[in-house]
Design a protein. Sequence first.
Length: 161
Amino acid sequence: MEERADADALYRRYGFLLRRRCRTLLRDEALADDALHEAFMNVIRHLDRFQTAEEPLRFLYRTVDNACFDQLRKRRRRREDGPLGYEPASAHPAVDIELRDAIVEVLGDLSADERRIAVCAFVDGMSQGDIALEVGLSRVTVNKKIGTIRERARVLLEASP
């Protein structure tokens, strides 16, 4: 029961931030709620990892990101939903909103490393050096992957009316 109380306290403290992140990545209220619920279930199951994490908020963001990526994979398999409707969510000031939205649109088609890099760069506004430290790749590799992701988003932007 103590785990449940700890999770409730975490939700009260960070829930609004994490839900906003889910909405940014999924651009769908119901899917965002599902992903947030799934993420908190994972936090409850692995509360010991959270409690020993060097950066607890970063741990929560990664958990939420993974739940969102799972939702994106499920949605990609269904593909019948057609165009996505969403309410625009706030972004880091260094992030171009139109580019961020295009990046979010292609997240489901990216590899796991590319998704993490895309979120760090285009949602969180992190520098390439910080992203390299976060994902454990060289700065040059991160730079190349960002270029590839940006190109996919550019193609999507050009194709949209």
